[in-house]
Design a protein around this ligand. Sequence first.
Ligand SMILES: Cc1cc2nc3c(=O)[nH]c(=O)nc-3n(C[C@H](O)[C@H](O)[C@H](O)COP(=O)(O)OP(=O)(O)OC[C@H]3O[C@@H](n4cnc5c(N)ncnc54)[C@H](O)[C@@H]3O)c2cc1C
Length: 425
Amino acid sequence: MSGPAHTHEVVVIGGGPAGATAARQLARQGVDVLVLDKATHPRFRIGESFLPRTSKQLEALGLGSKLEQIEYMPKLGVEFVFGHGGEPPKDFWFRDAFGGAKQPTFNIERAPFDRMLLRAAGESGATVREGASVRRINRLEDGDVEVEVDGESLRAKYLIDASGQATVVGRHLGLRRVLPDLRKIAYYAHYRGVQRRDGEEAGSPTIVMCREGWFWIIPIDRERTSIGLVMSQEDARAAGRPAGEMLRWGIARCPVMRQRCQDCEPTDVAGIAADYSYRCRPYAGPGYFLVGDAATFVDPVFSTGVCLGMMAAEHAAKCTVALLRERADAKKTRREYIRFVESSSTMLFRIVRGFYKHSFREVLMQAQGPFSVHGALIALLAGDVFPRPALALQWRVRLFEFFVRFHERFPFVPRRANFSLLESD
Ligand SMILES: Cc1cc2nc3c(=O)[nH]c(=O)nc-3n(C[C@H](O)[C@H](O)[C@H](O)COP(=O)(O)OP(=O)(O)OC[C@H]3O[C@@H](n4cnc5c(N)ncnc54)[C@H](O)[C@@H]3O)c2cc1C
């Protein structure tokens, strides 16, 4: 192995939304930052639906005009419906959020979006190397880190791991813990010709609920729609189909999906994501910060991944600048970063877990309740969680959870038929 060829102040592993955001923010503050991405952009990613908070962040990052150069579908809300189709769907609008209307956001094909962010990092002064895979971490200490990239050693003072589900630092330090109750598997594909809704509903993603999990229908541009089926791994095994057939099998068995997909044709995009709920704690340690999926990933039902990743990345950049330029106390800075990630994500993760209970869905589909509890859920799911959800949101969500538990014993909203893919004809 040759000696260190280059020394930078910060190395960022991964040039996805989290890595690109961290790099852009560091470069804008004059930090010498190197981004290493094993892929060459544009590269495919699933996860095309965003939150209002991300739209706001993109404007603050000065990326609003660049976004306008990519085709996207405006998203003003989300539609939920039970898979049997026996009850009308419910639309939840960001304008009805507790505390005031949230701005619209969008769905977008990830490859051009992610490339736009990475280019923006480069334009801000970050050095970007694509096709550069970090193979090993040799050293990880405050002020001194070293990674190996395709036979070359690179040194820096700090490392930001934004390697997504590869969780390079998490695996190196043995931090990755799968969340056993969220062991799911997702089968997805892009289609043309999926039935669209009219007017301002045209860009709303649809969540189609079934006992085994849920489908997403996300219009990503005028023609293409991203569709996915998320199920527990046990149910997927019980279906007994080859992985490549699971999505088609699910669509064919679900009345709502069957109807919306009656004239659709697959494109060449299709894939599977498994085992994707985990945490790598602590999210910061000597020499490193973990951002985006490299830190944690929890079930995508509420489209929170990119929002959490980009916001954490901005915060990690701020912390790194404090360490490099302001001689901030390393332990205190790390604690503060860890608190930011924990407190912004914990409430969202609780809601994700709740969503897998039918009783939660029944109360959700009521779409109104005392003390604006539904409006509070909408605010959280618009991304109103940074640096932590306001108390007014926290107690309303807890009250919503109480309503769900109460409803399990003493039903106070109509019971709704559950729909099972495995039991359907
Ligand atoms: C089924 C599914 C549906 C989803 N739906 C949504 C959604 O609707 N909305 C949403 O916001 N999120 C969604 N997500 C999550 C979202 O896609 C991720 O949270 C998001 O991509 C995380 O961004 P990131 O920058 O952390 O990681 P990534 O986007 O994964 O980027 C990581 C980068 O690191 C690079 N890399 C990896 N290993 C190395 C290495 N060793 N060396 C150098 N580079 C490396 C990769 O090439 C990649 O470019 C979904 C996820 C799944 C699985």
